[in-house]
Design a protein around this ligand. Structure first.
Ligand code: ADE
Length: 269
């Protein structure tokens, strides 16, 4: 039921799939992601590509899927039932989900925080991502249908996280988003010094606009200051742009930024 999506050797069944010294980075120290899902084939998905995929290959992080349906006990492999109290759709059964969670908790990933992806959760923030990326990893429960019975979430003290104010058809894509945001912060994954200092949210601001060559593209030129080589001016321009964009697009972030930096916005008073 547990499938390790591991370095070089591809997809393997069972916890014992790969020994620590086979991985380029020892498994014991690598960040771990576990997805509890009815659709294990949705993993690694985008995380098997590009830098995250290379880092997975290199053993800088590991990914395991746990097929919740494997814990169903009837011949139809039922995992859901109708909502108590009435209403549309189906709800994932607590007893089946519990077996899957217990299986993870009894194994080598038993120390990971359990996260349940749901639009009802607290919004995911870069601060939370940073904290999770610094920890041992995440075990992410992906809901389908209308969601998971609340009792099993309460019993296992699952942290409920949303990736935005819209409803996806299941938690898997949300889990991939959460894992992606964490994996790129693992040292060595992004390369080139791993600098995240100027990204959106690092200073509580959205990022300034980016440009590259050609200097003139279809009559659109890059801002003159960026060609000046004057680093202080470039920094000041980028800061002003980041502030202007944040103020316009994200009044919520802007409020926090101005309150915490103690300075009113440039053209505020
Ligand atoms: N599952 C469905 N929609 C979701 C969302 N917006 N965030 C997290 N999990 C979800």
């Amino acid at each position: 039921m547990a499938t390790v999506i591991g370095p070089r050797t591809g997809t393997q069944k069972g916890h014992e799939a790969m020994s620590d010294d086979e991985a380029k980075v020892p498994r014991g120290r690598a960040w771990r992601a576990v997805a509890l899902t009815l659709f294990p084939d949705m993993f690694p998905g985008s995380l098997g590509q590009s830098l995250a995929g290379q880092a997975l290959e290199d053993g800088r992080w590991s990914l395991e899927t746990v097929d919740i349906r494997g814990f169903a006990r009837d011949k139809h492999r039922t995992v859901d039932d109708t909502p108590t109290g009435g209403g549309a759709g189906m709800v994932m059964r607590p007893d089946i989900v519990d077996l899957a969670v217990r299986d993870v908790k009894a194994g080598p990933s038993g120390d990971l925080p359990l996260i349940y992806m749901t639009p009802r959760g607290r919004p995911l923030t870069q601060d939370r991502v940073r904290a999770l990326a610094k920890g041992p990893g995440v075990a992410v429960l992906c809901g389908r249908y209308e969601g998971v019975d609340q009792r099993v979430l309460d019993a296992h003290e699952a942290e409920e996280i949303s990736i935005g104010d819209y409803v996806l058809s299941g938690g898997e894509v949300a889990a991939l988003v959460l894992m992606d945001a964490c994996v790129r912060l693992i040292p060595g994954v992004m390369g080139s010094g791993d600098s995240h200092a100027e990204e959106s949210f690092e200073e509580g601001l959205l990022e300034y606009p980016l440009y590259t060559r050609p200097q003139n593209w279809e009559g659109r030129t890059v801002p003159e200051v960026l060609l000046s080589g004057h680093h202080a001016n470039i920094r000041a321009w980028r800061c002003a742009e980041a502030e202007a964009i944040t103020r316009e697009r994200r009044p919520d972030l802007w409020k926090v930024y101005t309150a915490s930096s103690g300075t009113p916005g440039r053209d505020e008073n």
